[in-house]
Write a protein that binds this ligand. Structure first.
Ligand code: NDP
Ligand code: OXD
Length: 315
C-alpha cells in the first residue's frame, strides 16, 4: 500500500524527507500517483477539490496543518478520519509569534520604528506586562501554550472557547453568552480560532467595538488585535475602520481573508500594523513528515488514532 503527498508546494521536500526516513516505503506525489487503488494514507494541504475521493482505498488523511479548513473546502471530501497536525515544533513557533507580537505592542514598538525613521529620540509611556490583559480566543493546543507563556511574563490572561474550560491562572469564558464579558476586559485580543461556519467573520467592527477602552490607564494606548488563526475569522475592512477611528491602537496579522495579501491592500502601508505571510508557525518538513510516518505506523499496527478532527465541529 502506498502513501500520497498532495497539495503542498513543499511536496517534493516532504517526499525527499520521507524517502530518507523510510527508504522502503512506496510514497507518491500527486498528480503522479500511479494506480489509485494503491493509496492508503494521504498527507494533504489544500488538495484540489474532488481529487481525494478518487482513491477508493484511502483510509486516512493527515493534514499538513493544525487547521483543517483547507480540507473542508472540498465538498467531495471522502468520509475517512482526518488527523490534524499537533507537534511541539509548530506549537513552539506559535508561542514565539504570540509572545513577540504581544510584547511588540505593549512596548509600543511600531511607534518607536516610526520615531527611528524620523531620527526622533522620544520617550513613550508603556504599561508593564502585569497591567495588560490579554484575551485569547481559542484555548486549544496553541491557545493554551501561548497563555502559559504570557502568564510567565506576567500578563493577565483570559480565554474564550466554545465549550467551558478551566486553566490555572487564566480566567475562562465560553460561548456567545460570555463573549461580551470576555471582550470588555481585554486589552490585547489574540485569535487562535479555527475557521468554521461559526467563526467566519467573527472579528468584525461590532466585536472590536466591545473591547476595553481602558481610559483609566495612561500608559495603554488602546486595544490591539493579533490574529494568527485564520483570515476568514476577521473582516479586514472593519479592522481598518477601527484602526482609523482609534478603537484599535494596532494590529498584528499573520492571516488574511485573501492570501497572499493583495499588493494594493491598505494594510501594507499602515504604520501600526505588523504583517507576516501566514508563517506564524510554519513547521519544518522534517517535523511534518516524522509526524505523518509516525501516525501511519500507528495505524498500520492497529493502534488507536490520535488527534482526529471532529467533522461536525469543523476543527
Ligand atoms: P484546537 O482545535 O486545539 O483549538 C481550537 C480552539 O478554538 C478551541 O479552544 C475551541 O474551543 C476554540 N473554538 C473553536 N470554535 C469556536 C467557537 N465557535 N467559539 C469559541 N471558541 C471556539 O486548535 P489549535 O490550537 O491547534 O489551532 C488553532 C488554529 O490556529 C488552527 O485551526 C489554525 O487555523 C490556526 N493555525 C495557524 C497557524 C499559522 O501559522 N498562522 C499555524 C497553526 C495553526 P473548545 O476548546 O471548546 O473546543
Ligand atoms: C496550520 C497553518 O494550520 O500553518 O498549521 O496555518
Amino acid at each position: 500500500m502506498a502513501l500520497l503527498i498532495i497539495g503542498s508546494d513543499r511536496a517534493a521536500d516532504f517526499h525527499k524527507t520521507a524517502s530518507e526516513r523510510e527508504p522502503d516505503r512506496d510514497i507518491r506525489i500527486w498528480p503522479d500517483v500511479g494506480a489509485v487503488a494503491d493509496i492508503k494514507h494521504a498527507l494533504a494541504w489544500h488538495p484540489e477539490a474532488g481529487v481525494l475521493k478518487s482513491f477508493p482505498n484511502l483510509e486516512t488523511i493527515v493534514s499538513v496543518g493544525a487547521g483543517v479548513d483547507h480540507l473542508f473546502k472540498d465538498l467531495d471530501l471522502p468520509s475517512v478520519p482526518i488527523i490534524r497536525y499537533i507537534d511541539p515544533d509548530l506549537t513552539g513557533r506559535m508561542v514565539e509569534y504570540v509572545t513577540l507580537q504581544t510584547l511588540y505592542h505593549t512596548r509600543r514598538m511600531s511607534e518607536y520604528r516610526t520615531q527611528q525613521s524620523d531620527n526622533n529620540w522620544q520617550y513613550l509611556p508603556e504599561p508593564a506586562a502585569h497591567e495588560v490583559r490579554v484575551g485569547i480566543m481559542g484555548l486549544g493546543v496553541l491557545g493554551q501554550a501561548s497563555a502559559k507563556a504570557l502568564r510567565a511574563l506576567g500578563y493577565q490572561v483570559r480565554g474564550w472557547t466554545r465549550s467551558p474550560k478551566q486553566m490555572d491562572g487564566v480566567e475562562c469564558f465560553a460561548g456567545q453568552s460570555e463573549l461580551d464579558a470576555f471582550l470588555a476586559e481585554t486589552d490585547i485580543l489574540v485569535s487562535l480560532l479555527p475557521f468554521t461556519p461559526d467563526t467566519k467573520g467573527l472579528i468584525n467592527r461590532d466585536l472590536l467595538n466591545k473591547l476595553s477602552l481602558r481610559g483609566r490607564h495612561p500608559r495603554m494606548p488602546g486595544p490591539v488585535l493579533i490574529n494568527a488563526g485564520r483570515g476568514g475569522v476577521q473582516v479586514g475592512d472593519d479592522i481598518l475602520a477601527c484602526l482609523e477611528s482609534g478603537q484599535l491602537y494596532a494590529a498584528s496579522l499573520d492571516v488574511f481573508e485573501v492570501e497572499p495579501l493583495p499588493a494594493d491592500s491598505p494594510f501594507w502601508a499602515h504604520e501600526r500594523v505588523v504583517i507576516t505571510p501566514h508563517n506564524a508557525a510554519e513547521s519544518t518538513p522534517d517535523s511534518i513528515v516524522a509526524y505523518f510516518l509516525e501516525h501511519v505506523g500507528r495505524m498500520d499496527s492497529g493502534e488507536p488514532m490520535q488527534n482526529v478532527v471532529d467533522r461536525d465541529a469543523g476543527y
